[in-house]
Design a protein around this ligand. Structure first.
Ligand SMILES: [Zn+2]
Length: 338
């Protein structure tokens, strides 16, 4: 390791000669009083060092270093910094946010490619505030406690499935493990999955390591629905005629419970929505039960729902989830490494 102050190369940034013939200025992000030009691929942005410095420790450190003496490659009196390995459209989105303070980022209008750009460049160039802002929004969108999930009235499962590959990539890049079980669950609830290919549809572009988790989780969720949420109906139903002590309408309750269990099984073939579905949404025949059976069933059902929520991560990741709950971990789930 060399000692002494960092160089531009140490910081991963370089002043270099732009290929002028192919270069195109981005008019929206070309300011006459800008004092530095960023070149990404063939796109150039003329912006202000002060803005970049305020947002990024990497740029702050770079601009604190003396500029090169050779100014022959400068453009309009500005040094040109080549941003290698980046995409121009990502920089355009991030710079627009800084310059125009585009505040359209909200949980209701998350644009996945924009979030991906912010997470990617935010990590690479240490745009601390921007990075934290989008990460926080993501966590709000995919909460890790049940009350927040229930209060999240937006019905955005379609949005999730349309953007599934991008959402998973963002969570993975940012190490946001806590959001994955909720994202997976939403993907599995999507009605589209009752179609032939479901999660295997090539158009969804779900990477294989995520598919493995989805398949693993789906099987376990199906079992959990029956065991945790409908065991009360099945167990009383199997008691074969002898009226349960709590029941006041044994014969008719027996029929209703049979119907409820049958419906639960039937619906497992279509998405997995009932795993976290509420009593009122899932058990539409409950009104036909006697009051005692209804109360008993509802209590069991709701306990089962909470149990499923608390184990959601384990359904998809097995014992790896124990390590992943610690958000600082860099360890990838075992299922992803094989
Ligand atoms: Zn009853």
């Amino acid at each position: 390791m060399s000692q002494g102050p960092p160089t531009h190369s140490d910081l991963g940034l370089d002043y270099a000669e732009p290929e002028e013939t192919q270069v195109k200025r981005c008019e929206e992000l070309w300011f006459d009083d800008g004092n530095v030009v960023l070149q990404v691929g063939h796109a150039q942005f003329r912006v202000h060092k002060s803005i970049l410095s305020r947002q990024s420790t990497v740029f702050r450190d770079m601009f604190a270093l003396p500029q090169p003496n050779d100014t022959s490659d400068w453009v309009d009196g500005c040094p040109v910094i080549i941003m290698s390995g980046d995409r121009a459209e990502d920089w355009e989105m991030v710079l627009s946010t800084f310059v125009y303070r585009v505040t359209t980022m909200s949980t209701t209008s998350l644009i996945v490619p924009k979030v991906a750009a912010m997470v990617h460049l935010g990590r690479k160039y240490e745009f601390g505030r921007l990075y934290q802002e989008v990460v926080d929004l993501f966590i709000v969108k995919f909460p890790n406690y049940l009350l927040a999930y229930d209060n999240n009235t937006e019905n955005f499962e379609i949005w999730v499935i349309r953007n599934i590959a991008g959402i998973l990539a963002i969570a993975e890049e940012a190490g946001l493990w806590s959001v994955l079980p909720v994202v997976y669950y939403m993907a599995l609830t999507c009605q589209r999955f009752k179609d032939d290919l479901g999660i295997f549809s090539p158009s969804l572009n779900i990477p294989a390591h995520h598919l493995r988790c989805l398949i693993n989780g789906r099987i376990k969720l199906c079992r959990a629905v029956v065991e945790y949420k409908f065991n009360w109906a099945a167990e009383l139903w199997e008691s074969d005629g002898s009226p349960p002590p709590i029941c006041t309408k044994a014969e008719s309750c027996h029929k209703v419970r049979s119907k409820i269990v049958k419906k639960a099984f039937d619906q497992l073939g279509y998405g997995i929505r009932q795993a976290l579905g509420k009593w009122t949404e899932t058990v539409d025949d409950s009104h036909a039960l006697c009051e005692k059976c209804r109360r008993y069933g509802r209590r069991q059902f709701e306990n089962g729902r909470e149990k499923i929520w608390s184990q959601l991560g384990f359904f998809f990741f097995d014992d790896d989830w124990e390590d992943m709950i610690d958000q600082d971990t860099d360890i990838l789930p075992t299922g992803w490494r094989t």
